[in-house]
Design a protein around this ligand. Structure first.
Ligand SMILES: Cc1ncc(COP(=O)(O)O)c(C=O)c1O
Length: 409
């Protein structure tokens, strides 16, 4: 039997415990939704104040040069590169994950002209499938969606691109990136990884497994703020000759020559399209300071331990209350979240949120709990399970207000 004291002792021995102070978190709130919107790093407001009041208000347009605004997407990309196992000059911050996925899928499909299939996964986050579907239509390919356990077998020599998300948004199930990438390459295909649910929660080794392309968002475990700009990775061996479809001026070799014809930038800048959302890039860049000095293997070890503890306590405390585990039990096969299925999941999550225990809900019946290892404590897991148990046992969730769906779940 695990107790709350056991969790407090784990916090006392946590080598990352000091990182929680790097975030501005309300004292009365348990935040287990950093897999959806990361908490705000405490250094960001001062940086934004400077960006607004000095750089924008007084520097005005001079700040593109004087405050080094212009190279911020490259600079921030290089910082993200260190978290995802990429080299300097292989990652750039731009647009949204969806838009970057579009650019990368078209570019990659153009690199495999004789092949006709984009292989994706049925349970992937919808935007990935929607974008792949449009790209397939535009490039005269066929989009083939299979179940997660069918992916390896489905990679054959008709496949141009395999497009997958490293960690599934709903179940937290994690692909073996190395094994799938190797299989794609053996079959002559290219691979595109969506890192939305892995970057910042675990080490990702893109170059370690010779991945071709990756995309990801800035607002989950990277803590870049609501609607933060996303990033895109292109392995340096593919940059030369790569043709992405959204050929805007910021991807041009010499944007300020204002020439009529498009000539792509020789490096990762060719993945840019238009002007960066500069304030968002600044927020993301300063948010990444929360990772300073953090060993990503230690981060992953804590993330796995938090997930294991959550599952153990759910087994111990929630038996007979209608919850079933919807994530892998084995920590190696999991990202940094645990999902529980319950037929009243939506109302239960609303009741939790009213008690300042914040996770989220994914239709039809998933309660999602994310463990951002920089700021989630072991004791938060105990207190969350205790609140969940009380809400289900007492039926506190069973009100009209908690059942009424809000626009964002
Ligand atoms: C796997 C995955 N891809 C993409 C997105 C969203 O993409 P965008 O930033 O374009 O809204 C999400 C959002 O949660 C996601 O989970």
């Amino acid at each position: 039997m695990k107790t709350r004291d056991h969790c407090t002792a784990l916090d006392a021995a946590d080598p990352l415990a000091h990182c929680r102070a790097r975030f501005d978190l309300p004292a009365d709130t348990l935040y287990l939704d950093g897999n959806s919107l990361g908490a705000m790093p405490a250094n960001v407001p001062a940086r934004m104040k400077r960006a607004l009041e000095e750089e924008w208000a007084h520097g005005l347009i001079r700040s593109w040069n004087d405050a080094d605004w212009y190279p911020a997407p490259q600079r921030t990309g290089d910082k993200i590169a260190k978290l995802i196992g990429a080299g300097q000059g292989e990652v750039i911050v731009a647009d949204s994950t969806s838009v970057n996925l579009f650019k990368v899928l078209v570019a990659a499909t153009r690199m495999r002209p004789g092949r006709s299939t984009i292989l994706a996964e049925r349970t992937n986050f919808p935007t990935d499938v929607y974008v792949a579907s449009s790209v397939a239509e535009m490039t005269n390919c066929e989009l083939r969606c299979v179940d997660p356990d069918e992916v390896l077998a489905a990679i054959d020599d008709t496949v141009a691109i395999v497009s997958l998300t490293h960690v599934n948004y709903k179940t937290g199930k994690r692909y073996d990136m190395e094994a799938v990438t190797r299989r794609a390459h053996e079959a002559g295909a290219l691979i595109v990884w969506d890192l939305c649910h892995s970057a910042g929660a675990m080490p990702v080794r893109l170059n370690g497994c010779e991945a071709d392309f990756a995309v990801g968002c800035g607002y989950k475990y990277l803590n870049g703020g609501p609607g933060a700009p996303a990033y895109v990775f292109v392995a340096s061996r593919h940059l030369d000759g790569l043709r992405q479809p959204l050929t805007g001026w910021h991807g041009h070799a010499k944007p300020f020559d204002f020439t009529h014809d498009y000539a792509p930038h020789p490096g990762i800048d060719r993945m840019l399209t238009g002007t960066a959302p500069q304030l968002g890039v600044i927020a993301l860049e300063s948010a990444l300071e929360a990772f300073e000095g953090v060993d990503l293997d230690v981060l992953r070890a804590k993330s796995m331990a938090l997930g294991d503890l959550f599952i153990e306590l759910a087994d111990q405390e929630l038996e007979g209350l209608g919850c079933t585990l919807a994530s892998p039990r084995n920590a190696e096969a999991r990202g940094s979240q645990v999902s529980l299925a319950h037929k009243e999941g939506y109302a239960i999550m609303q009741a939790l949120i009213e008690r300042n225990v914040i996770g989220d809900f994914r239709a039809p019946d998933i309660l999602r709990f994310g463990f951002a290892p920089l700021y989630v404590r072991y004791v938060d897991i105990w207190d969350t399970i205790a609140a969940l148990k009380d809400i289900i046992q007492t039926g506190a969730w069973d009100t009209e207000a908690f059942r009424t769906r809000k626009s964002v779940t």
